[in-house]
Design a protein around this ligand. Structure first.
Ligand SMILES: O=C(CO)COP(=O)(O)O
Length: 250
């Protein structure tokens, strides 16, 4: 059985004091047996958040990393740095990074490999643009992105990747994919992993849906056979809403 995983992607929101106040409000509430609950926060919040979640089952993730361990890369943060902080997860290849920071499939792959080098679990984002969906290219786009990102991973590593299928047209728009459409694409993505590594690995990989997930629609997604959780932006920012999301994944 795959353990459902709810991850909040805070994007560029919350100062350190706002972030720690959030954890104090959700402690003991956004902790539900059988559901993994992860907050992916801006870099500046990470030390305080790792400290704030001690003694809880909540986990902390970053939203990006550089693929090198160190070097002349002004403004960047590496896997070594994240690991020493006690961060466990890292979002890689979010569509906002691909669009605004020119992250190619090759860079995404290097980042996935860097995450494993430092024992961080990648939350790998894939998904199509609106024009790609309209042109009937959704599955092709997901195939190219997934295969590129997994290049060079062992089966054991592949089984640990969390994939987040996020159709770009559904992010922050209130236009969510139907649960059935999300299941169709996510089942297809699981098949891609099966093609690369076989059925056991594919059955172990957890695949989230992301894009306008809210407390009132999360149960529909989690009710689908291949959807193992959600990567949530806007609705992860308020404590009450985040708690409802984790409860909705039971
Ligand atoms: O991009 C997302 C999560 O990574 C989705 O954002 P929203 O939940 O705000 O649509």
């Amino acid at each position: 059985m795959r353990k459902p995983i709810i991850a909040g992607n805070w994007k560029m929101f919350k100062t350190v004091s706002e972030a720690t106040a959030f954890i104090n409000e959700v402690k003991g509430k956004a902790e539900v047996d059988g559901v993994e609950s992860v907050i992916c926060a801006p870099f500046t919040n990470l030390p305080a958040l790792v400290e704030a979640v001690k003694g809880t089952t909540l986990k902390i993730g970053a939203q990006n990393l550089h693929f090198e361990d160190n070097g002349a890369f002004t403004g960047e943060i590496s896997g070594v740095m994240l690991k020493e902080l006690g961060v466990e997860y890292v979002i890689i290849g979010h569509s906002e990074r691909r669009a605004y920071f020119a992250e190619s499939d090759e860079i995404v792959n290097k980042k996935v490999l860097a995450a494993f080098k430092h024992d961080l679990t990648p939350i790998l984002c894939v998904g199509e643009k609106l024009e790609e969906r309209e042109a009937g290219q959704t599955k092709d786009v997901c195939k190219v992105q997934t295969e590129a990102a997994f290049a060079g991973l062992s089966a054991e590593q592949a089984a640990q990747v969390v994939i987040a299928y996020e159709p770009i047209w559904a992010i922050g728009t209130g236009k969510s994919s139907t649960a059935a459409d999300a299941q169709d694409v996510i089942g297809y993505i699981r098949g891609i992993v099966a093609g690369l590594y076989g059925a056991d690995t594919a059955n172990a990989v957890r695949i989230q849906y992301g894009g306008s997930v809210k407390p009132n629609n999360i149960a529909e997604y989690l009710g689908e056979a291949d959807i193992d959780g959600a990567l949530v932006g806007g609705a992860s920012l308020e404590p009450a809403s985040y708690i409802a999301l984790v409860e909705g994944a039971k």
